[in-house]
Design a protein. Structure first.
Lengths: 128, 240
C-alpha cells in the first residue's frame, strides 16, 4: 500500500510534536521545582542588601587577640578567661611557678580542652 | 600518703579556696555590663583568633540599622514558632555562652550560621561557621554528605536489612544510627539565623532531622542575629 506524500508529512509532523512535547515536559518539570524555592531565595537576597554591617553594635571594637598561630601569645586572654570562668583553678594556677604556668598555657595553646587544663593545674599544684 | 601530710594538704587547699573567695569580682557592684551576673565576658576562637565576646558598655546605646526594625514583609519573613520540632531544644543567649565555653572550646560542638553567604559576609556571631540552609535540603547531596562528616557522622556501608532490623529491635547497637549514617560521635549543633522572623535555620534543622541527626544534639537559637545584636553582643565580619 502506498502512502500519499501529504499524509506522510502529517505523520512526521505529529511525531515531531510528540517528541517536542516530551522534551519540553522533562525540561520544564525540574524548573518548576526550583521555582518554588526561588521567590524565598530572592527575598532573602533582597533583604541582605539592606544590612549595613557597620551598624552592628560591637563590631567596631571587637577585642581580637592574636593566637599562637599568628606568631603572638595569648597568655593574657587565657588567664583572664580562666579567672572569669574557673576562679578555683585560676587560684591554683596563680600559685604555680612561672615556668609551670607557661607549660600549662602551652598545653592550652596546643588545643587541650579546658577540663584537661584544669586537671593539669591541680596535678602540678599538688606535685610541686 | 601519710595522714599528717594529707591533713596539711587539705588545710592548704582550704586556705587557697578561702583566698579565692576573697578575690572574687562581683560584676553587679561594678560598672561592667556583663554577659551574666558572674561572667563579664568570654573568649571564643573564630577563624583561628581569640575573640572577646562582650556587651556594649554604654547604657544609653540604642540599636540602629536593619536589626532594629520591628517589621518585615510576611510572608516570607513571618514570626517563627518557639520550637522547630518538639524533639529539638530551643536555646537562648546564656546557653550559647556556655556552649561557646564548653562544647565549642572542646571541639564537641559547632555553631552553624545557617544563612546564605551574603548574610554571613555582613557579620556573624563569633565562633560560627557558615553552612547555608540550602545545603541541608537534599539528604543525598554531596554538600550534605560533607556537612554531616564535618559534624562527626560516619557513612555506613553495606548494612544488611537483617542487621538493620536487629538494630531496630534492640538486639544490636542501633542507637544513633540510621541505615545510611552512624551518628555515634555526632557533635552538638547550635543552628541559628537572623532571628525570630527568619526561616533559614528552621529549614536547616528540618533537613538534619530528615537524615536522622540525633535530636538531642541539635539546638535552635531562635533569637539569632537580631537578639544577639539587641543585647549589644560582639559580632565579627568574616575574613577581617
Amino acid at each position: 500500500m502506498q502512502v500519499r506524500p501529504s499524509r506522510l508529512n502529517h505523520v512526521i509532523q505529529f511525531g515531531f510534536r510528540c517528541m517536542s512535547w516530551i522534551f519540553m515536559s522533562t525540561a520544564i518539570l525540574p524548573m518548576n521545582v526550583v521555582a518554588e524555592e526561588d521567590p524565598y531565595l530572592s527575598a532573602i537576597s533582597s533583604e541582605a542588601s539592606k544590612v549595613d554591617s557597620t551598624e552592628q553594635p560591637t563590631l567596631d571594637t571587637p577585642d581580637v587577640q592574636p593566637t599562637k598561630d599568628d606568631g603572638g601569645l595569648d597568655l593574657q586572654a587565657f588567664e583572664e578567661d580562666l579567672k572569669a570562668s574557673y576562679q578555683g583553678s585560676y587560684t591554683f594556677y596563680q600559685k604555680l611557678p612561672r615556668r609551670t604556668r607557661e607549660e600549662v598555657f602551652q598545653v592550652y595553646s596546643d588545643g587541650a580542652s579546658i577540663d584537661e587544663v584544669r586537671k593539669m593545674i591541680m596535678d602540678r599544684f599538688l606535685h610541686q | 600518703m601519710k595522714p599528717g601530710v594529707s591533713l596539711s594538704l587539705s588545710l592548704a587547699l582550704l586556705l587557697v579556696a578561702f583566698q579565692s573567695g576573697a578575690e572574687e569580682v562581683v560584676v553587679g557592684e561594678s560598672n561592667v555590663i556583663g554577659l551574666t551576673a558572674d561572667k563579664p565576658y568570654l573568649h571564643v576562637i573564630h577563624e583561628g583568633r581569640s575573640v572577646k565576646v562582650q556587651r556594649v558598655q554604654d547604657p544609653d546605646y540604642e540599636l540602629k540599622g536593619y536589626f532594629a526594625k520591628t517589621a518585615r514583609k510576611c510572608p516570607p519573613f513571618c514570626i517563627q514558632p518557639e520550637q522547630v520540632d518538639p524533639s529539638v531544644s530551643t536555646v537562648g543567649e546564656i546557653e550559647i555562652f556556655n556552649f561557646m565555653e564548653n562544647e565549642l572550646r572542646d571541639n564537641k560542638g559547632i555553631m552553624i550560621d545557617a544563612r546564605t553567604p551574603e548574610w554571613f559576609q555582613r557579620g556573624t556571631i563569633p565562633g560560627s561557621i557558615n553552612i547555608p540552609f540550602t545545603q541541608f535540603g537534599d539528604g543525598n547531596s554531596p554538600e550534605m554528605e560533607k556537612a554531616l562528616q564535618l559534624f562527626g557522622a560516619k557513612r555506613r556501608v553495606d548494612v544488611s536489612a537483617m542487621s538493620r532490623k536487629l538494630e531496630e529491635m534492640g538486639f544490636m547497637d542501633g542507637e544513633r544510627k540510621t541505615e545510611k549514617w552512624d551518628f555515634s560521635n555526632a557533635k552538638k549543633l547550635v543552628v541559628w539565623c537572623n532571628g525570630p522572623a527568619c526561616g533559614q535555620s528552621p529549614r536547616a534543622i528540618k533537613g538534619l532531622l530528615k537524615v536522622g541527626y540525633p535530636t538531642d544534639s541539635i539546638f535552635y537559637y531562635r533569637g539569632g542575629m537580631q537578639m544577639w545584636q539587641l543585647w549589644g553582643l560582639t559580632t565579627v565580619i568574616p575574613g577581617e
